[in-house]
Design a protein around this ligand. Structure first.
Ligand SMILES: C[S@@+](CC[C@H](N)C(=O)[O-])C[C@H]1O[C@@H](n2cnc3c(N)ncnc32)[C@H](O)[C@@H]1O
Length: 225
């Protein structure tokens, strides 16, 4: 995407009421919406996050299906979620927001028990050992997610990466968390929840064209059960 196009999207993002773009400093010094997201949505409905949302396919699709739940797509790249924010604005979907921030800061953006579920959709698997700290299902990220999830909060991981699927399953078992459902090829093996095969993200569509299997894990952290 050209830089002119990106600038246009950044400007439009600034004008969308459903886009929140705090600076790193604002988040670190006390993010005003932390623990108060209900004031943004004007209701006390549950909140579900999509981390690394890209264009926000799950955020939008879930929001349209469940109007009494609020959905927030989180990504550092505003030019990507611009599309989701624009569709939600034009189609007047009130239960959608996009937060431009680093996922590393997620527990500074949401309070304890503020989030009901988290979707992680096609994260970069960060295969190299030295990149482990950036892998979105590593133990440090798990702690951050546990810090903001409600009791019985659900986690969803959808990925084309067999490495990430296996790594996450191993970690979940090793740490004694509850694996509710796991499928290493959701379009081939029956039984995946319908939402998993009904909604395809931008990256997922590319991987499907390459005939890669798509995997899914639904789980709960031991501390939140
Ligand atoms: C491979 S893309 C997947 C996007 C989308 N979920 C999909 O399936 O089409 C990964 C996304 O995660 C975002 N991302 C990666 N690391 C991040 C981080 N540490 N904080 C925030 N966003 C991050 C990237 O900007 C990118 O949009």
């Amino acid at each position: 995407m050209g830089s002119k196009n990106k600038l246009k999207r950044f400007r439009e993002n600034d004008s969308f009421e459903n886009v929140i773009q705090p600076t790193r400093q604002e988040v670190q010094e006390g993010f005003p919406l932390k623990g108060k997201w209900h004031t943004h949505f004007n209701n006390n409905n549950p909140i579900i996050l999509e981390l690394g949302c890209g264009k926000g396919e799950y955020t939008l699709a879930l929001a349209q299906r469940n109007p009494t739940i609020n959905y927030i797509g989180v990504d550092i790249k505003g030019a990507r979620f611009w599309l989701g924010a624009k569709i939600a604005t034009e189609e007047k979907i009130p239960n959608v927001a996009f937060l431009r921030t680093q996922i590393e800061l997620v527990d500074l953006c949401f309070a304890m028990n503020e989030v009901s579920e988290i979707w992680i959709t096609f994260p970069d698997p960060q295969i190299k050992y030295k990149r482990t700290k950036h892998r979105m299902t590593n133990p440090d990220f798990f702690t951050k997610y546990q810090n903001i999830l409600v009791k019985n909060g659900l986690m969803h991981l959808k990925t084309d990466s067999e490495f990430m699927h296996g790594y996450t399953l191993g970690l979940l078992q090793g740490q004694g968390h509850k694996i509710i459902y796991a499928n290493h090829d959701v379009y081939k093996n029956e039984g995946a929840p319908s939402i998993v095969t009904e909604v395809q993200t931008f990256y997922e569509q590319m991987y499907l064209e390459e005939r890669k299997p798509i995997t899914y894990i639904q789980f709960q952290f031991a501390d939140t059960i």
